[in-house]
Design a protein around this ligand. Structure first.
Ligand SMILES: C[S@@+](CC[C@H](N)C(=O)[O-])C[C@H]1O[C@@H](n2cnc3c(N)ncnc32)[C@H](O)[C@@H]1O
Length: 306
């Protein structure tokens, strides 16, 4: 039987295994379980134990499958990886993060992540807390513009926020299609080019799920739990995420960090914690990008704890 849980293609899996380098008897964390593609491959690669985290309750059925297959070698813990150090109290030999949404989340129209299908404007990975509709209908126009500019890198954020503020005076914006149509009044669709709603939807998704805050505290929590020689592997998909990972690794590896007037600097979380090695960005193979276009923007970085 083909279930919905078989749809996600695990991005850069050979490279994840290469840099995580799982070994028999060791303990690993997959901080973004999703469809369990990484988890299952790690469990197959070595006779190790693995703890998987995810904030999305829809992954529980797939986690049960791995539990049945791997017994005490596998454990699933529900929660946000921003709470890594609270969810995982054990000392671990490696952790992997595959940042972003899964193909299942994008494809389940009712989750509201995608503007290609009409659905409630939701976007909550954990299915709790404020939704994208809550933000769009309640934020002051100026804050909405800042959010769309910062998280979506959308140049026309002010005009989009203005149109949203006008539209919601008549009735709340409730669906993905309604929002996309408002954006198209500012940024017109051009066949063959990226949909102009993409950047605003990305911005809302990042804000609804506090994706950047989660990433920063997830990295810190994982670093805290890593044993000496333990490996941290992160796969990310856009420049805002990648900047956080790059600066975090460099700041904690004692190397130079890009300095910006606008972004707070990462500080080493503790002088006693540092990486002995951190990689530059590694990109997917041409074979992988041809087979899975969603992998095109992926970047992998890894660091080794001192
Ligand atoms: C790209 S998918 C992971 C796919 C997985 N590597 C695989 O091979 O099947 C990302 C997953 O991370 C989860 N996620 C995203 N942010 C999270 C967070 N802050 N805490 C916990 N899980 C999160 C999402 O719910 C999603 O299931």
């Amino acid at each position: 039987m083909i279930s919905r849980y078989q749809k996600h293609y695990p991005v850069m899996l050979p490279e994840v295994l290469q840099y995580l380098a799982p070994r028999d008897g060791e303990l690993y964390v997959d901080a973004t379980f999703g469809n369990g593609g990484y988890s299952e491959a790690i469990l197959k690669a070595a006779d190790c134990r693995l703890i998987a985290l995810d904030r999305d309750p829809n992954v529980l059925a797939r986690a049960e499958e791995l539990k049945t297959q791997y017994g005490s070698r596998f454990e699933f813990r529900s929660g946000c990886f921003g709470d890594f150090a609270e969810l995982v109290c054990e000392t671990i030999d490696g952790a992997v993060f595959d940042i972003g949404v899964s193909s299942m989340q994008l494809d389940e129209a009712e989750r509201g992540f995608s503007f290609s299908k009409d659905a409630p404007l939701d976007m909550r990975m954990s299915q709790s807390g404020s939704s994208a509709a809550d933000l769009v209908n309640s934020l002051p126009e100026g804050d909405l513009a800042d959010l769309i500019y910062t998280y979506g890198e959308e140049r026309r954020s002010r005009a989009i926020a203005k149109r949203i503020a006008e539209a919601r005076k008549t009735a709340p914006i409730a669906t993905t299609r309604q929002l996309a149509e408002i954006i198209y009044t500012v940024n017109h669709r051009i066949p063959g080019q990226i949909d102009p709603a993409t950047r605003t939807f990305q911005a809302l998704r990042i804000a609804v799920n506090d994706e950047l805050g989660e990433l920063q505290s997830g990295l810190e929590g994982a670093t805290r739990r890593l044993a000496s020689g333990g490996r941290l592997v992160v796969v990310d998909f856009h420049s805002l995420e990648d900047r956080i990972v790059k600066n975090y690794f460099k700041a904690n590896g004692g190397k130079n960090v890009h300095v910006s007037r606008y972004k707070p600097q990462n500080q080493p979380i503790n002088p006693g914690i540092a990486f002995s090695e951190c990689s530059k960005a590694i990109t997917p193979s041409p074979e992988e990008t041809a087979e899975n276009p969603r992998s095109r923007s992926a970047k992998l970085r890894y660091a080794v704890k001192q």
